[in-house]
Design a protein around this ligand. Structure first.
Ligand code: AMP
Ligand code: MG
Length: 521
């Protein structure tokens, strides 16, 4: 197994001089050296062949004992110095101070086909940033992270990737619902892959400590390595950098809205500086279209991170990043301008994304109304977001409101609720939609092809991940691979997999892991 190792983060940035792995506050350092915990009996359960190829590994490599040992923490690659990053963050709107990689250990960086990739284990043991927790991860959350990272990539959403899912052979104690019922679960380790795992919180921790020198070092490093179009070292470069982060973040969240993904914990320590979806914890996929939905039971009361709030929260998080970078620029105006621009760009990007979902190639002012009305009636009776938008492309300019509604039947959880008021709303909206389609230049056929490339047929529904987890807990890993293969082509018809193109089954409505997820992982 030959990796083209080229470490930069731990070579160019200040290291914590204290090598002791005890939990503590770490100052004036970007990271602390740590050695992964030796797993009791490591075994690899699943490998993403695509991500393996990205980092320069063949199928034969991934089947070797070396692969198993390195990507479960049993062995450190010669010449590398694994480390945990120091960062802070705002959790649920409050400054939480130092957080850091409490259970993530960066192994090394590789360069393959001119692209840099950082390889990071999640769940490989404690670090100085583990606070009161154990640094470990369990099988259920690791299956969810592994499958969803890869699924997001194939949906076209910027994301961190997952190379492998392994068992450590250790038992891990968890209280799934935080209700005093702790139980042992199988320990697992995922190897995540991304150009970098730097988060907003890496900048915030230095700013909160008024450590301008290290804030500048980290910012210059980030620009030099990941924003090569910007010349680093000047105030202008920090503003250009912030503007670029604003753009990438907006783009990412618009994609989330498009596919119905709810991150669940948009704390600033879970915001990638590269605009990648990161930290797949209690995330979820909209089943019934509901702007108020969040999968995270910890957030049940305020629903801060609900589907309909993600674009606003991203802006709030960008404000916090601006506050941190301000120290380098000492002028608020350029940051205010960038944040204002987020709002105006968002006001254009969101309706454009919805136009795409509706297959409206031409721009008509009244589309804003058509979109707003749809968003309202989608919530009148529980309507499956993925099924609805996928079926919408079957409507033609020849349809009547009634024949169109017939084509959408499969999206409604309670079709018998489609009476009186709701039926009239749908008929009115569909009539307007069909009239609007008649103004389009493109054929029904061309529009369907376009819509089917925007509206996925298959997403990792919460219950699908749970079925794979239940099987895996019993030692059967076939469904993990079946879902992984299915979700490589989320926009394709894949007729042989029609059973996964369906509303959430009723048994999953209130089941833990399907509709309710906690941060316990
Ligand atoms: P999250 O919001 O889940 O991304 O986690 C917030 C912070 O808690 C991060 O600093 C994590 O590294 C840390 N953390 C979460 N789970 C664990 C764990 N099992 N052991 C140690 N640290 C953890
Ligand atoms: Mg996190």
């Amino acid at each position: 197994m030959q990796l083209n190792i080229q470490d930069t983060f731990n070579k160019k940035l200040p290291a914590d001089p204290n090598k002791n792995n005890g939990r503590r506050q770490v100052f004036e350092s970007c990271f602390s050296y740590v050695t992964p915990k030796t797993p009791a009996q490591p075994s690899v359960l699943h490998v993403s062949e695509e991500t393996a190829a990205l980092v320069g590994l063949t199928k034969v490599d991934t089947q070797s004992p070396d692969f198993r040992d390195i990507f479960t923490g049993a062995k450190v690659i010669d010449g590398t110095n694994p480390f945990a990053m120091c960062y802070g963050g705002h959790q649920f709107g409050n400054w939480a101070g130092q957080l850091g990689d409490g259970r993530a250990i960066n192994l090394t960086e590789v360069v393959e086909k001119n692209q840099r990739w950082a390889l990071q284990l999640k769940g490989a043991g404690p670090t100085p940033y583990s606070r009161s927790a154990d640094g470990l991860a369990v099988l259920r959350s690791s299956v969810r992270e592994h499958l969803c990272s890869e699924a997001m990539f194939h949906l076209g959403v910027p994301t961190t990737r997952s190379l492998s899912l392994s068992l450590s052979g250790d038992q891990v104690l968890r209280d799934v619902l935080y209700n005093g019922n702790s139980a042992y679960e199988k320990g697992a380790i995922v190897c995540r892959v991304a150009p970098s795992f730097i988060r907003f919180g890496n900048f915030q921790i230095f700013a909160s400590r008024r450590d301008k020198a290290n804030l500048q070092k980290l910012t210059d490093y980030t620009i030099q390595n990941f924003f090569p179009e910007i010349e680093s070292g000047t105030k202008e470069s920090y503003i250009a950098f912030f503007n670029s982060v604003v753009d990438k973040t907006l783009k990412m969240v618009i994609h989330w809205q498009r596919v119905g993904f709810v991150h669940g914990v948009m704390n600033t320590d879970n915001m990638s500086i590269l605009g990648l979806t990161i930290d797949f914890g209690p995330y979820g996929w909209l089943e019934g279209y509901d702007k108020g939905w969040t999968p995270n039971t910890t957030d049940r009361q305020h629903k801060r991170y609900r589907y309909g709030n993600q674009l606003s929260i991203a802006l709030w998080n960008l404000y916090q990043l601006a506050n941190a970078l301000y120290i380098l620029v000492e002028d608020a105006k350029p940051f205010e301008d960038a944040l204002e621009r987020y709002k105006s760009d968002y006001a254009k990007a969101y309706p454009q994304m919805m136009r795409d979902k509706l297959g409206l190639a031409q721009k008509v002012d009244k589309d804003f109304e058509l979109i707003a009305e749809l968003e309202e009636i989608l919530e009148l009776t529980e309507t499956d977001m993925t099924v609805f938008f996928r079926l919408l492309s079957n409507i033609t300019t020849e349809d009547t409101a009634s024949s169109a509604l017939e084509k959408l039947q499969k999206a409604f959880y309670e079709p018998e609720e489609l009476i009186r008021g709701i039926l009239a709303n749908w008929q009115a909206w569909l009539s307007n939609y069909i009239v609007r389609l008649q103004k389009e230049d493109q054929s029904d056929f061309a529009r369907k092809a376009f819509m089917d490339s925007v509206n996925p047929k298959f997403v990792l529904r919460n219950y699908m991940a749970q079925l794979a987890i239940d099987a895996a807990e019993n030692g059967n890993y076939d469904l993990i691979d079946e879902l992984y293969q299915l979700l490589k082509l989320p926009y394709a018809e894949q007729k042989e997999h029609e059973k996964w193109f369906a509303k959430r089954p009723e048994w999953a409505r209130h089941k833990v892991g399907c509709s309710m997820l906690s941060c316990s992982s």
